[in-house]
Design a binder for this molecule. Structure first.
Ligand SMILES: [Zn+2]
Length: 342
């Protein structure tokens, strides 16, 4: 389905009044061990069909909130402030500015061109996945990305600047969050330096895609949060799609296998602000979201819109799929069991 068609679908499904409010302070982590390509999460040639309506020239609203000038100014000011703090941790930090990103890196400058082109490509791809024209700017100004060449630098920034726990800083591989209108992404290097260069590259890309997806979802339609397991599930699918040979593409298979074989408890993904930072829970979240998309993509889009309207997970599941969470989990077990037999 073309982006334009998806856009119409989104508008049809979305009866949301866009509000101009600041993003709440929030953060979403990627596990330290990040890692069936979907050609498109939201915009594939799906069962989503648009109703034929007479062609009318109407003013289109964007599937995100247009930021105010003061929000853009605040985001830039905060971005600069954090860059100064990063400089105190590592004086080698420098800015790489692109159309949509402010990338602060402590890697040697020889990496700059690579980071620039990855981010440009990523933005275009994410826009396509969400049915938004890449000519549009979904961010409040630009998205700030802080890239750390050392774990020590990342963990110090995580604890001292973002004021998050030391334990999470050690377990996580990246972070996406916001302070008011300022949105940020943090990327850590691969923990195990024994791994090969290509593994390190793949890891970097997966974390970048994963965390940027959170930032994208946070801006998509409005600034309301969606349940963490759905947010993580989508971010993992995006990582698996962009890096098909990475760990996210395998994680959901092994997690589902473990759940099927050992009857492992999957309740840990529900009713929490952040799902546990481990491969199993991230894999289950991804598998569950894949299942919901597979069940009915149109309903999945509807689910996201209902959640963004402010409905809770139970109400949204009922409204979009006509099922309870318990029924969803039951069906998911049946789904992963049937896949084993194929
Ligand atoms: Zn995440």
């Amino acid at each position: 389905m073309k982006a334009k068609t998806v856009y119409i679908v989104i508008l049809l499904l979305c009866a949301i009044t866009l509000q101009t409010k600041a993003l709440p302070t929030q953060a979403t982590s990627a596990p330290a061990s990040l890692g069936t390509s979907l050609t498109s999460t939201f915009s594939s040639k799906s069962r989503v069909k648009t109703q034929k309506t007479p062609k009318k020239k109407s003013k289109k609203s964007e599937p995100y909130i247009t930021p105010t000038a003061s929000e853009i100014e605040y985001a830039k000011k905060k971005s600069d402030e954090w860059a100064e703090k990063m400089k105190k941790i590592n004086p080698k930090v420098h800015l790489i500015e692109t159309k949509h990103f402010r990338i602060y890196s402590t890697y040697p400058k020889s990496h700059d061109g690579h980071f620039k082109s990855i981010c440009a490509k990523l933005y275009r791809k994410m826009c396509r996945q969400f049915g938004i024209s890449p000519k549009k700017n979904i961010w409040i100004g630009k998205l700030s990305i802080y890239i750390f060449a050392t774990r020590k630098g990342y963990e110090t920034f995580y604890v001292d600047v973002i004021e998050k726990s030391e334990e999470r800083s050690q377990k996580s591989g990246g972070l996406s969050g916001c302070v008011g209108a300022f949105q940020y992404v943090l990327i850590a290097p691969l923990k195990n330096s024994v791994k090969s260069k290509s593994q390190a590259r793949s890891w970097f890309l997966e974390v970048l895609v994963h965390e940027s997806s959170h930032a994208f979802i946070a801006r998509y339609i409005n600034n309301n949060r969606i349940p963490n397991w759905i947010d993580e599930g989508i971010a993992e699918i995006m990582a698996a799609t962009f890096v098909p040979r990475g760990s996210a593409a395998r994680k959901f298979v092994s997690a589902a296998k473990k759940a099927r074989k050992n009857g492992s408890n999957i309740d840990g993904i529900f009713d929490c602000r952040n799902i546990p930072l481990d491969s199993f829970h991230y894999g289950i979240a991804q598998s569950m979201v894949r299942f919901l998309i597979r069940l009915d993509q149109k309903k999945f889009i509807n689910l996201i819109h209902t959640l963004k309207k402010g409905k809770n997970e139970h109400e949204a599941l009922q409204e979009a799929y006509g099922m309870t969470r318990q029924e969803m989990v039951k069906k998911w077990y049946r789904y992963i069991s049937a896949r084993r037999r194929r």
